[in-house]
Design a protein around this ligand. Structure first.
Ligand SMILES: Cc1cc2nc3c(=O)[nH]c(=O)nc-3n(C[C@H](O)[C@H](O)[C@H](O)COP(=O)(O)OP(=O)(O)OC[C@H]3O[C@@H](n4cnc5c(N)ncnc54)[C@H](O)[C@@H]3O)c2cc1C
Length: 812
């Protein structure tokens, strides 16, 4: 075919809002030799029928960043690319019916203001001022977002496409990709018009992403974790009263969301667009008797209004004018969901030079930000903002289709629900059970899922309320609080035991394994017989990950890392491993029991032939309760303690022996409190690519005498001094401790953010870990932490842990 490009640097599969934004941003980054393939006309997937709402609201820092960026991009896009666009920045009002909802909004307001947005909380009077047709008698208040609005999704896509084309990128419409193969280290993307040789491929195929993803499985890929929901909105007839009001005031009503009832209501010309997220809801193409059609371009599902009656009736009562108009049109279209409702943006797990930008539930609002993030991944290998919440590697092998459908339905049916820190959603549970599960349950465990593994969060006593309803609070108090306090006290005064099932264990094996791992880490690796923390920076010196390193020899290195880091950290090693070095994932071969507390030596001694006098950070092989174990003298709880690593099938005998000798079971929530008191960082909470190793307070883990990624950047930062530093704050908190990304204020100015927070039961205070402007880090400095809208006094603690700063208890 004449003019058909047979080579490209990047081929993007899918021409919706997201794919075109990826192309636009790649071209803008100077990567113009890129081709986008669209099997039908641009927008033929979910994009053409989207309602086009563009919120900034999110309680996720990274999603808020993406959405904020989108609004900023969209404001200037039409003019920048010379393409007319209907983008109405109407502002929005999100209604609150409860105090908890107002707290959630207050948190979003804090995050939003930190990002430079003018989000605000307003009361019923102000609500009526902005929205005169609204019943407000039963409302607590609302969140006002002046940057919210709606955009024409087709115009947005065409504008991005025009911008990309004008910069030299190529778009091939009516050109389906039909498969991929690999030749000489490059991709061959097959289409019905010919092949394109490409360095990099991006899957931006929307609700077809799983199908496209299957082509990559022979190249190391996995089944894309997603499912498809149907989502409907109703367009009302035009309402003369609304037309008259609009003509009089000269603008549209703000976009309304009644999140507690679960719908959005937007003015569309002189009528309304009502979009419920209903429950029960409907999945499509989720079973063999309902297969996904080969082509669904520009098609819709049949209307199904029966499911929406709760929201329709409520909306008519809330805005009575709506009840006076008939329905003129119903749109019922497919919308893809990942198991947590966030999109997949980033490296395709297991596959070289392939990326994903797909499974968007709010792909119009997020397209702008997603294009920026994807282009950064492709062109720089790293993103400006830490994007773990959207990283495809966050879902590991347990996310089969049944899991995806169960979780997708749950997320859709609770699209606007509050996500309380102590509430665990019930769908998709019990995916990975340790042989200890029955024992934990019998001991009263209330479980949480960690990378699919069920771990005890806390141990309830008979009569404790373990219901989902009891966990609907942002506050510290709850049925768990007394139990967490008891568990922490047991670890402080005696001996506790916790099953940390599903720890990620990687083994790097082959000639030169030690040198290979050493070259990736900024830290000095321990010698055999010892365990040490190692930090892995990216080229900018930012914190890619932390792993515990256990060298067995120069040719065999074990690494242990967070459960959820399994694929992420595995790929840091495997993608860079030279010939002759293999990276094995042995996560399923071991169970880990942490035995910790000042009497843990007495508890363990009669059960083991190991030498319990060996110092902190020692590693030895031996037996505990007859089972072969690797015993490591470390404790994330910050007391004397040992991690007992054994075969899963031996774990019950070890558990029985330890608990028979008085080790008290404790859970993840107690462990979280204990580790905050020690300022031990949590993976992707306190440790993220938002911060450099120096900002993260990890300089003592840097071995400046060797080469490692990001060294030059870190040396420059060391010389000029970092902008921010890691601190522990003692917070004069009220009912709630500081959640992730609470703003820290000083002198009325934003001075930093918390990265985790909680009550420290040993120190008897609320603590927060966070990043603070470097000039404010002197111990004793007073700052304020904004917790759900309340600014609480906080004091910078001396550098080091709040509990046992000299580490005397761990070394005892
Ligand atoms: C009723 C409804 C209302 C919505 N309202 C909103 C809203 O108000 N705000 C919001 O942010 N989001 C909304 N959404 C969600 C939004 O529509 C999607 O998140 C967004 O359109 C996803 O864009 P995308 O580019 O990722 O996918 P798509 O638009 O689905 O694009 C994927 C493209 O890939 C193409 N493709 C697939 N396979 C191939 C292949 N083999 N070769 C070449 N091309 C291929 C398809 O033809 C398609 O054009 C709504 C969804 C629905 C159903």
């Amino acid at each position: 075919m004449a003019g058909f490009p047979t080579t490209a640097r990047v081929v993007i599969i899918g021409g919706g809002a997201v794919g075109t934004s990826c192309l636009f941003h790649l071209a803008r980054a100077g990567w113009r030799d890129c081709v986008l393939l669209e099997k039908n006309e641009l927008t033929a997937g979910s994009t053409w029928h989207a309602a086009g709402n563009v919120p900034t609201f999110s309680t996720s820092w990274s999603l808020m960043n993406m959405q904020r960026y989108s609004t900023e991009l969209y404001r200037g896009l039409g003019a920048a690319v010379d393409y007319p666009m209907n983008y109405h920045v109407t502002g929005s009002i999100r209604l609150a019916h409860s105090a908890e909802r107002m707290q959630e909004f207050a948190r979003a307001v804090g995050m939003g203001r930190y990002q430079g947005m003018a989000l605000d909380l307003i009361g019923p009077e102000e609500i009526r001022g902005k929205y005169p047709f609204l019943e407000t008698h039963d409302l607590r208040g609302a969140l006002h977002d002046p940057a919210d609005g709606d955009i024409d999704p087709a115009q947005l896509t065409q504008a991005l496409a025009k911008g990309a084309r004008d910069m030299g990128a190529t778009i091939l419409r009516f050109t389906p990709a039909t498969g991929v193969s690999r030749k000489g280290g490059e991709w061959i993307v097959h289409t019905d018009k010919g092949d394109i040789r490409a360095e990099i491929v991006v899957n931006a195929a929307g609700y077809y992403a799983q199908r496209v993803g299957e082509w990559f499985r022979p190249h190391g890929g996995r089944r894309v974790p997603m499912m498809v929901m149907s989502h409907q909105y109703l367009l009302s007839e035009q309402i003369p009263e609304l037309a008259a009001w609009t003509a009089e005031v000269g603008h549209k009503l703000p976009l309304l969301r009644d999140v507690d009832v679960s719908y959005y209501l937007r003015q569309e010309k002189a009528g309304f667009n009502l979009g419920p997220y209903e429950n029960p809801c409907r999945a499509h193409w989720a079973s063999p008797d309902d297969p996904m059609p080969d082509d669904f371009s520009f098609q819709l599902f049949p209307d199904d209004l029966d499911r929406l009656h709760v929201q329709i009736e409520d909306a008519m009562a809330r805005v009575p004018m709506l009840a006076r108009a008939g329905i003129s049109k119903v749109i019922n279209g497919p919308i893809p969901y990942a198991p947590d409702g966030n999109p997949l943006i980033g490296p395709m797990p297991g596959v070289p030079n392939a990326f994903e930008a797909c499974v968007f539930t709010f792909g119009i609002a997020q397209a702008g930000g997603a294009g920026k993030v994807l282009a950064e991944w492709v062109t720089e290998g790293a993103t400006e903002w830490d994007m773990w919440s959207c990283d495809p590697r966050r879902f590991t092998g347990f996310t089969d289709d049944a899991y995806c459908v169960a979780r997708g339905m749950e997320v859709y049916g609770h699209e606007y629900a509050m996500h309380f820190p102590r509430a665990h959603w019930p769908a998709g549970r019990d995916r990975r059970l340790s042989p200890l599960h029955g024992r934990l349950k019998a001991a009263g465990a209330v479980f949480g899922a960690y990378n699919g593994w069920e771990r005890a969060d806390w141990f309830a006593r008979p009569g404790d309320d373990t219901s989902f309803a009891a966990a609907q609070t942002w506050n510290r108090a709850g049925p768990w609080e007394g139990r967490i306090a008891e568990e922490c006290a047991a670890v402080r005064d005696g001996c506790g035991v916790i099953a940390i099932s599903g720890f990620t264990r990687l083994a790097v094996e082959g000639e030169g394994a030690r040198a290979f791992v050493d070259g990736l880490s900024a830290s000095r690796l321990p010698r055999p017989g010892r365990v040490g923390l190692a930090y892995f920076p990216d080229a900018r010196g930012r914190i890619l990950t932390e792993m515990s390193v256990i060298p067995r020899s120069d040719h065999e290195i074990w690494l242990i890392t967070a459960s959820v880091a399994q694929w992420h950290d595995g790929e840091i090693l495997s993608r860079q491993a030279p010939a002759g070095i293999a990276v094995h994932d042995r996560s399923e071969r071991y169970e880990c029991l942490l035995v910790t507390g000042p009497t843990s030596r007495e508890v363990l001694a009669p059960l083991t032939d190991c030498d319990l006098s060996l110092p902190w950070l020692s590693v030895q092989e031996g037996r505990v309760a007859g089972a072969e174990v690797t015993l490591m003298r470390v404790s994330f709880a910050g007391e004397m303690g040992w991690e007992v690593h054994c075969r899963p099938e031996d774990a019950p005998a070890v558990w029985d022996a330890l608990t028979a000798r008085g080790a008290r079971p404790f859970g993840m929530w107690a462990l979280d409190s204990l580790r905050i008191e020690k300022a031990y960082r949590a993976w992707k909470g306190d440790l993220s690519t938002d911060y450099s190793l120096i900002e993260g307070g990890l300089e003592r883990f840097i071995d400046w005498s060797k080469d490692f990624p990001g060294k030059a950047a870190l040396m420059a930062e060391r010389d000029r001094g970092p902008r921010k530093r890691f601190v522990t704050l003692r917070v004069d908190a009220g009912a709630a401790d500081a959640p992730y990304m609470s703003t820290i204020w000083h002198g009325g100015k934003v001075a930093g953010e918390t990265t985790s927070g909680g009550w420290g039961y040993r120190v008897g205070a609320s603590l927060a870990l966070g990043m603070l402007r470097a000039d404010l880090c002197a111990p004793g400095t007073e700052v304020e932490v904004e917790i759900y809208g309340e600014r609480r006094r906080a004091t910078v603690l001396p550098d080091g842990p709040a509990w046992d700063p000299a580490n005397a208890r761990i070394r005892a």
